[in-house]
Design a protein around this ligand. Structure first.
Ligand SMILES: Nc1ncnc2c1ncn2[C@@H]1O[C@H](COP(=O)(O)OP(=O)(O)OP(=O)(O)O)[C@@H](O)[C@H]1O
Ligand SMILES: [Mg+2]
Length: 267
């Protein structure tokens, strides 16, 4: 469904732009349709940069990205615009997706209007259906973001992201800002939506417990380089790379958190 081939991103700095710093170097992976790939790594390792490049929200410095057989980097603006609705992103902070001035119902309806996906009179029904899908009471549609809890806001941000029925979703630490019980609810919601909509997901997190629960396969990023990847259980049980081993040990060190708290919390 989505494939990254030797993708790099560097930033230039200095007066003559003479200095190059790599945020991401030579990263390759692919995600099959309907699968979830977990991307883990320390802060600053380049996770968000990869997530944004996968959707071409950030332009890679080198490499190739193939989405459903389409060479994404070769597409000109109009063609890219056609593809955009098929891929969406959810950020850690729902406030980046929700305009504070508008009721959340409008924020959820906006993509439908912009992409002409529903006539005005149909939009209300579509929004109600989306609210139902993400577990938000319909009466919350009139509230503005500051009148909602973090969990409710993230549900609204997810509703907006799935409004155009995307096939590929990048989730960039979608629960990192939420407390544990809410985190578990949102993770369950994502799993339900994934099944219902047959979503392909790039799930970014620095929390191994979360990634273990959510992903079929796992890619470990360290200082912008992919150091290990494979089936999730395989990587976590037999980590080959030293950095992965350190991550797993650190996660096991906080044992109750890693094994029990997140993984066994079901709605
Ligand atoms: N616009 C930019 N200009 C220069 N450097 C940047 C820019 N954007 C990101 N970087 C650098 O790229 C590197 C990777 O950043 P990125 O945000 O992808 O990391 P991350 O793994 O998502 O971190 P976190 O877990 O904290 O979210 C960092 O060193 C960052 O400073
Ligand atoms: Mg990030």
């Amino acid at each position: 469904m989505i494939e990254l081939c030797s993708v790099s991103k560097y930033y230039t700095s200095g007066f003559f732009k003479q200095k190059q710093t790599y945020a991401v170097r030579d990263v390759s992976f692919s995600i099959r349709k309907g699968d979830t790939l977990g991307l883990v790594g320390e802060s600053g390792s380049g996770k968000s940069t990869i997530g944004r490049m996968a959707l071409r929200l950030t332009e890679p410095s080198a490499g190739r990205i193939v989405f459903d057989g389409i060479d994404l980097l070769a597409q000109k603006k109009p063609a890219l615009r056609e593809i955009r609705p098929r891929m969406q992103i959810v950020f850690q902070d729902p406030d980046t997706a929700l305009d504070p001035r508008f009721p959340i119902g409008e924020s959820v309806a906006e993509p439908l209007a912009v992409w002409h996906r529903a006539f005005r009179h149909e939009r209300e029904d579509r929004v109600a259906a989306l609210f139902e899908m993400v577990g938000l009471q319909p009466e919350l549609a009139g509230r503005r973001p500051f009148e909602l809890s973090g969990g409710q806001k993230q549900r609204a941000a997810i509703a907006r992201a799935i409004a155009l029925e995307p096939e590929f979703l990048v989730l960039d630490e979608p629960t990192a800002a939420l407390d544990l019980s809410v985190q578990a609810q949102i993770l369950s919601l994502i799993q339900v939506l994934k099944k219902r909509m047959n979503l392909t997901i790039l799930f970014i997190s620095h929390n191994l417990a979360v990634v273990e629960r959510m992903s079929d396969s796992l890619a470990v990023l360290h200082k912008g380089v992919l150091v290990e990847s494979g089936r999730t259980a395989e990587v976590l049980e037999h980590p080959q790379d030293l950095f992965t081993r350190q991550l797993v040990d650190a996660a096991n060190g906080s044992y109750p958190f890693f094994r029990n708290r997140i993984i066994s919390v079901n709605e």
